[in-house]
Design a binder for this molecule. Sequence first.
Ligand SMILES: [Zn+2]
Length: 158
Amino acid sequence: MTREKNKFKNCPECNLPGIIVKKETVISLLSEDAIIRISGDSFALCMNPDCDISYYGLDSNISFKCDEMNVPLWFKRNAHPIYACYCSKVTKDDVINAIRKEGAMTVQDINRITGSMKNSDCSHHNPLGKCCHKMIQDIIDEEKMSSNNCFNLTCPLS
Ligand SMILES: [Zn+2]
């Protein structure tokens, strides 16, 4: 894979740095109306939870709002539903239920119980074009942390 040597640009709206995303990912996640406006070849995703911009051009002045995408961005405020795996449309709640009710401990457990990461096509479904594995692992880690806290505080549920 060739690295693109475009000058990096911050989000035109909030001026924070985004993450570079492949054009094929941007095209497959924008709504049909938004694709018509697309210009340029390199893009970034604004990671600021409070900013209304999703993708913006690094070699053009184009930018897209969150509601111009086919899926909600999991890290933006008011995202609903929050997807943990975009390929199989498994939500964060599904993952949490698998941990709390089915005793899932690993990403493999989650995949077996929820069907996540099945038919993976992350470069066309995940907004970053990356594998969902890390997002699922993050939720597992979050749950482990909170159940530890619960244990320390002699949680009434345990
Ligand atoms: Zn922004």
